[in-house]
Every structure is written in structure tokens, then in C-alpha cells.
Design a protein around this ligand. Structure first.
Ligand code: CP
Ligand code: NVA
Length: 305
């Protein structure tokens, strides 16, 4: 590869183990500086382009606010607001944006499409969610667990529900931080073998099961996400049947009364998680949501400064 090629952030292991820890430490520093009012505008004059092919609350607002807080600017590019929606090729979009902005964050359907953007970009491309991965979420998740547990050593996490984009990036990130992970999905909704293999290559040893009770017993953290991700709306009926028994609810939490409950949000209360669970003292979902801001500021700073 060309030495002048920018660094991209398409999956959590695009950072080395050391780089990941650097970004997490910087995220904690940015968070403290923001709370103490001592933040500085490290990215003054820089612009982030933000392509969205799917809706977003957290990703959009945390990236835009993060750039503002760092003294820079963000441009929202909804698919239908730019020529991409009328068929301009992604590679042309990428090459054009590269001539204007300092980095591009993109939320797309097929993971291959974020790779196309990266291949044709002379500025860093950041994955803001694909069908397969959500590494920005993982950064915030790791920051949240580090705060909650004081570190990663001997921390055990149960992923319960769909083996989806959020879960897949998390399992890789958990391997990089030496956490113990058990993944409980219904048959047919497991994570990709390549993800489990990658976690093992990185020194992890995820346990894979179809039993949510087994997964949560002795877990410090229970993490779930929606059963029907964006783009899967047609599979609703089949999925609702398949995921029966995988709801994070008081019955399941009775097996792990001291565990913290995580969810990347948006939540569908009454499906993958109950209202009671999300409102309980065990829930840390809004700390997690807040940490998107701090983690991504650290990522932007690391990529752009
Ligand atoms: N967790 C997350 O990425 O949320 P949004 O879809 O609101 O961005
Ligand atoms: N798995 C969800 C995550 C949303 C942030 C989805 O892809 O819709």
C-alpha cells in the first residue's frame, strides 16, 4: 500500500491493540475536559462529511457535536440530498468529497460499500455502521465498560440476541481488550464464523451458545440490540418467532442481579429488552450513548491531528 494512503476506521481492529488503548485514554481525557470546561479546539478549520443511507440519532448528533466541540465543522449528507441517491457512483462521491473535506463518516448498507469509499478516498473514512459492523459503537462500549468496571481484566460479557453488526464489532473489540465473552443467539442468527475466528486470532476465546441463561450467569455485563435491524423489516414475523426467549427482562436478569445492562440504542422495548430492564438500576445505556461523543472525538483527533 501507498505510504501516503490515509488511515481508515472500517472495523475496530483497524486500530492496533495499542492504538485502541490510546484512543480510549484520550476519550476519557476529552470527557473530563468537557466536564471541567477546559476543552480545546484541536480540529479548528477541519470538516467532516457525513453520508447517511440509513437513519440515525446518536451517530449523527454525536459526530456533528463532536466536530463543533473540537472547533471544526460537520456536513450532513443524507443519501437523497446528494447525487448518490440519483445514482452517482460511490467511488465518484468519495473522490469528490476527498477534495473538500478532511474525513468522511459513512453509514451504508453493504459493508463492501464502505470499502469502496475507502479505496477511492484520499482522506480517512470512518464506518458509522454497515450491515456487518459498528466499530464507533464498540469504541463507546469499551469506554463505558472501562468506566463501569475500572478496566477490562476479568470482565465477562454476555451478548444476548442477534449476532448482528453491533455484536460482531463488540466481540472483536472485546478480544482486543482481553475480556471474556459469551454470545447467545438463536440458531440461524449466529455471528459470522469470520468474526469469531478473528476474535480468536486476536487472543480472545468467545463462547458460542444458544442458551441465554447460560450466557448471563456470572456475567458482569449483559449486552443486547434490536432483533430487527435497519433493512430487515421484511423479516419481522420470522425474527419475532426466532428470538422468543432471548428478551433481556427481569426473569433473565434474575440470573445476573449484579450485572450492568447495555444496549446501543435505539431500543425496541417489549422486544429485545423490557421497559423495566432499561429503566432499572442495572441499565447503563445512556452512559453508553453519551460515550459515543467522547470516544468519537478521540477517534477524530487521532485520525486528523
Ligand atoms: N447506536 C447508534 O448508532 O444509534 P443511531 O442509529 O441513533 O446512530
Ligand atoms: N443493529 C442495529 C443497530 C442500530 C444502531 C441496526 O443495524 O439497525
Amino acid at each position: 500500500t501507498d505510504a501516503s494512503q490515509p488511515r481508515h476506521f472500517l472495523e475496530i481492529d483497524d486500530l492496533s491493540h495499542e492504538e485502541l488503548l490510546t484512543v480510549l485514554v484520550r476519550a476519557a481525557e476529552f470527557k473530563r475536559a468537557q466536564q471541567e470546561g477546559t476543552a480545546h479546539e484541536a480540529l479548528s478549520g477541519q470538516t467532516l462529511g457525513m453520508i447517511f443511507q440509513k437513519p440515525s440519532t446518536r451517530t449523527r448528533v454525536s459526530f456533528e457535536t463532536g466536530m463543533t466541540q473540537l472547533g471544526g465543522h460537520a456536513v450532513f449528507l443524507g443519501e437523497d440530498d446528494i447525487q448518490l441517491g440519483r445514482g452517482e457512483p460511490l467511488k465518484d462521491t468519495s473522490r469528490t468529497l476527498s477534495r473538500y473535506v478532511d474525513a468522511v463518516m459513512a453509514r451504508v448498507f453493504r459493508h463492501e460499500n464502505i470499502e469502496v469509499l475507502a479505496e477511492h478516498s484520499s482522506v480517512p473514512i470512518i464506518n458509522g455502521l454497515t450491515d456487518d459492523a459498528h466499530p464507533c459503537q464498540t469504541l463507546a462500549d469499551l469506554l463505558t465498560i472501562r468506566e463501569e468496571m475500572g478496566g477490562f481484566e476479568n470482565v465477562s460479557v454476555a451478548w444476548v440476541g442477534d449476532g448482528n453488526n453491533v455484536g460482531q464489532s463488540f466481540v472483536i473489540g472485546a478480544a482486543m481488550t482481553d475480556m471474556d465473552v459469551t454470545v447467545a443467539t438463536p440458531p440461524g442468527y449466529s455471528m459470522d464464523d469470520a468474526v469469531i475466528d478473528r476474535a480468536r486470532e486476536l487472543g480472545g476465546d468467545p463462547t458460542v451458545t444458544h442458551d441465554p441463561v447460560e450466557a448471563v450467569t456470572d456475567a458482569d455485563i449483559i449486552y443486547t440490540d434490536v432483533w430487527i435491524s435497519m433493512g430487515q423489516e421484511d423479516e419481522r414475523d420470522v425474527r419475532m418467532d426466532a428470538f422468543e426467549g432471548f428478551q433481556v427482562c427481569s426473569d433473565l436478569l434474575a440470573h445476573a442481579p449484579d450485572a450492568s445492562v447495555m444496549h446501543c440504542l435505539p431500543a425496541h422495548r417489549g422486544e429485545e429488552i423490557t421497559d423495566e430492564a432499561i429503566e432499572s438500576d442495572q441499565s447503563i445505556v445512556f452512559d453508553q450513548a453519551e460515550n459515543r461523543l467522547h470516544a468519537q472525538k478521540a477517534l477524530l483527533h487521532w485520525l486528523l491531528e
